[in-house]
Design a protein around this ligand. Structure first.
Ligand code: FE2
Length: 233
C-alpha cells in the first residue's frame, strides 16, 4: 500500500519535517524536527493518537536547531542519527545499510549519502525517499562547509539515489521555491545542478556558488550534535 508522509514546514529556515505513520495507524517516526515547532509536532501526534517510535536526523543541521532531544523526552521515542555526524546522545548510530523497523513490518532503509556533510544519510520508506540536504527539488545542498564535498555529493546522488526506481518520491529537507515533492525519475532528467552533468562540471559549478555562511551555524551545529538540548544535559 502506498502511504505518503505528512509534510510539515518551518518558514524561518525553509525546512521540511516529516511525520511517517505506519499502516497500523498507531506507530510513527519523525524526521528532522525543528525546535520551535515542538508543540505543533506533539499536537499532531496527540490528534492522531500516535506513538512516536523514533526521531531521525538526516545530518547535523547548520541552519536550524532540532527538537529531537525534547521530543524524545516528551514521547519516550528513541533518537537515530548518522554515525558520522557527531550526534553522540542518539541511541541509534546509523550506518549505511541499516534498517530501522517500527510498527507492524514497517522498515526504513538507511542510505549513506555523503556530500552535503560527510555523515549525511537519506532514508527510504515505502517508496518515499527522504533526502535531507543531499538532493533537493531541482537542486542540491551546499557542499562548502561541514566536511562537505561536491565530488562525494555527485557520487551519492548519481550512483546511489538515481539508481532507485524512477517513481520513488523525493521528499527534500528544504525547499526555497514552494515545491514540496518530486520523483527520482524527474530529478534524474531535469535537476538543474545534477542532470546530464559530468562530475567535473558539477564540482566547478558548486565551487562558483560563493554562498553566505548560515546565520545560525555556530549555534546550530553544536546544539544539534546534542539533539538540541543544552550541553551538559
Ligand atoms: Fe543542512
Amino acid at each position: 500500500m502506498h502511504i505518503n508522509p505528512i509534510q510539515l514546514f518551518d518558514a524561518d529556515s525553509s525546512t521540511f519535517t516529516y511525520l511517517l505513520v505506519a499502516a497500523d495507524g498507531v506507530s510513527a517516526v519523525i524526521i528532522d524536527p525543528v525546535d520551535h515547532h515542538l508543540e505543533r509536532d506533539l499536537a499532531h501526534l496527540q490528534r492522531l493518537s500516535l506513538r512516536l517510535c523514533y526521531v531521525l536526523e538526516t545530518h547535523a543541521h547548520a541552519d536550524h536547531v532540532t527538537s529531537a532531544g525534547r521530543l524524545r523526552e516528551r514521547t519516550g521515542a528513541q533518537a537515530g542519527a548518522p554515525s558520522g555526524c557527531g550526534i553522540a546522545p542518539a541511541e541509534l548510530q546509523l550506518v549505511d545499510g541499516d534498517v530501522v523497523k517500527f510498527g507492524e513490518g514497517e522498515q526504513i532503509d538507511v542510505l549513506h549519502t555523503p556530500g552535503h556533510t560527510a555523515g549525511s544519510m537519506s532514508y527510504l520508506w515505502r517508496g518515499n525517499l527522504f533526502t535531507g540536504d543531499t538532493l533537493l527539488i531541482d537542486g542540491c545542498g551546499r557542499t562548502d562547509f561541514q566536511s562537505g564535498s561536491a565530488a562525494a555529493l555527485f557520487d551519492s546522488v548519481t550512483h546511489k539515489l538515481f539508481t532507485l526506481p524512477p517513481d520513488t518520491r523525493v521528499w527534500p529537507g528544504h525547499d526555497y521555491h514552494g515545491q514540496s515533492v518530486s520523483t527520482i525519475g524527474w530529478e534524474r532528467q531535469h535537476n538543474a545542478r545534477l542532470a546530464r552533468r559530468s562530475r567535473a562540471e558539477f564540482e566547478a559549478l558548486m565551487a562558483e556558488l560563493h554562498l553566505p555562511r548560515p546565520r545560525l551555524m555556530d549555534v546550530a551545529v553544536p546544539a544539534n550534535q546534542n539533539l538540541g538540548l543544552p550541553h551538559g544535559v
